[in-house]
Design a protein around this ligand. Structure first.
Ligand code: CTP
Length: 398
């Protein structure tokens, strides 16, 4: 899919710039051509020689390099590629992009290009979370710029949190998706997945048997059709897919918060098996046996219904809201009632009775309930169910 494609790779100044050397190798292995551009600050982290040697191309560094202007002007350079990738993208470069500034070669190319732009941010967690950066990111998303990452994790500066540049395989997947220009390109979709964990005390929790497999397949399929996917996942047993923005949560309330923070979106798919109840009197310390033989009395409080909350939004509701219905009997009737009660557009209903082997298994048998009626699909792998659903979502958003 990458063979013969040309990527204009803009490297700005961050410690993550070293990962770009591997990215260039992987792109070239797949037959893509890479035209490297670097900012002055990037030169503090990787050398121009490393970039040009790996890319097998001249590295472009200066706006006023007249030889380059004679050979290839910056306007031409900005359009000579199939895709523009910025990795790593610093807070400063994002700010320049959002503000339309053009005071060096990288920012000028980004302003002049008529090609799709994919950005892999990398910065300190506080810089990423700063309202100014978040405003810039929202502006750029509105301009149609696609994002991959940042990921959460240990940072070179010793802090922990979102800000690490996405890993090379994730960037490759995002590049493929961006180049594929699938039917969901430019669309943003939020997907919830996995179980939630509701604490009883700091070491115990209430959970359910969801593996997160179906939600993960759906997120992967949507990203494969070009969507920008925010994947809000509880503690699942299957790893999250590449090429999506992963937001990890534990409880239903955290999941709701993460979903709300990910909006606005064109569509939202709620595949998570959210706990309906949480322990209202969860203990701050590990509960101990008191010697009386009496079990502690747990009190429960109802969790927020994430699907119903989002489907019921009076402003900023995603155009398509898809819920799941996990039932053990009278599947279709319960699912239809659930669709009405939660005011979502579609319900994907499945029978999760243990005998079906669906929960935690590799296959699923679903009935899709829409305003037009109910459609039962044959028993398929979860990947196939996801593929069909993603296709239907693409049609609905077209
Ligand atoms: N859901 C949600 N938030 C909750 C509970 C459920 O977003 N607190 C979503 C699920 O992700 C799913 C749909 O609602 O898309 C239905 O979940 P399900 O567990 O089948 O239904 P419940 O709401 O628990 O209803 P019931 O108890 O009647 O089965």
């Amino acid at each position: 899919m990458l063979a013969g494609k040309r990527i204009l790779l803009i490297v700005s100044g961050g410690i993550a710039a070293y990962k770009v050397l591997d990215l260039i190798r992987r792109l070239r292995e797949r037959g893509a051509g890479v035209i490297p551009v670097m900012t002055r600050a990037a030169e503090q982290f990787v050398t121009p020689l490393s970039l040009s040697a790996l890319a097998g191309e001249k590295v472009y560094r200066d706006l006023f390099d007249l030889t380059d202007e004679a050979e290839m002007g910056h306007i031409q350079l900005s359009r000579a590629a199939d895709l523009v990738v910025v990795a790593p993208a610093t807070a400063n470069l994002l700010a320049k992009m959002a503000g339309g500034q053009a005071d060096d070669l990288a920012s000028t190319l980004l302003l002049a290009t008529d090609k799709a732009v994919l950005v892999a941010p990398a910065m300190n967690v506080r810089m990423w979370q700063h309202p100014a950066t978040q405003r810039n990111v929202a502006t750029l998303r509105g301009d149609g710029v696609a994002f991959v990452g940042p990921n959460e994790g240990d940072m070179a500066c010793g802090e922990y949190g979102p800000g690490r540049m996405a890993e090379v395989p994730e960037i490759l997947a995002a590049i493929e998706a961006a180049l594929a220009g699938g039917p969901l390109r430019g669309r943003r979709v939020v997907v919830t997945s996995g179980p939630t964990h509701e604490p009883i005390d700091p070491v115990r929790y209430i959970a359910n048997r969801s593996s997160g497999a179906q939600g993960t397949s759906i997120a992967r399929a949507l990203a494969g059709l070009g969507a920008e996917v925010v994947f809000v996942t509880g503690p699942a047993t299957v790893p999250p897919p590449a090429g999506v923005e992963v937001v990890r949560v534990e409880t239903a309330r955290e999941m709701l918060e993460a979903v709300q923070a990910a909006l606005p979106a064109d569509a939202a798919v709620f595949a998570a098996a959210v706990a309906d109840w949480r322990v209202a009197n969860a203990a701050g310390q590990k509960m101990k046996k008191d010697g009386t033989g009496l079990a502690p009395a747990l009190e429960f409080a109802e969790n927020p219904d994430i699907l119903a909350t989002v489907a019921g939004m009076s402003e900023g509701r995603p155009r398509l809201v898809v819920g799941f219905a996990a039932e053990t009997h009278d599947v279709e009737a319960h699912a239809r009632a659930k669709r009405d009660r939660k005011a979502c557009d579609w319900i994907v209903a499945n029978d999760v009775s243990p005998a079906t082997g669906i929960m935690g298994g590799a296959e699923n048998e679903v009935t899709l309930i829409t305003a037009e009626g109910a459609e039962t699909w044959p028993r398929l792998s979860k990947d196939e169910v996801a593929g069909r659903l993603a296709q239907r979502i693409a049609e609905a958003l077209a």
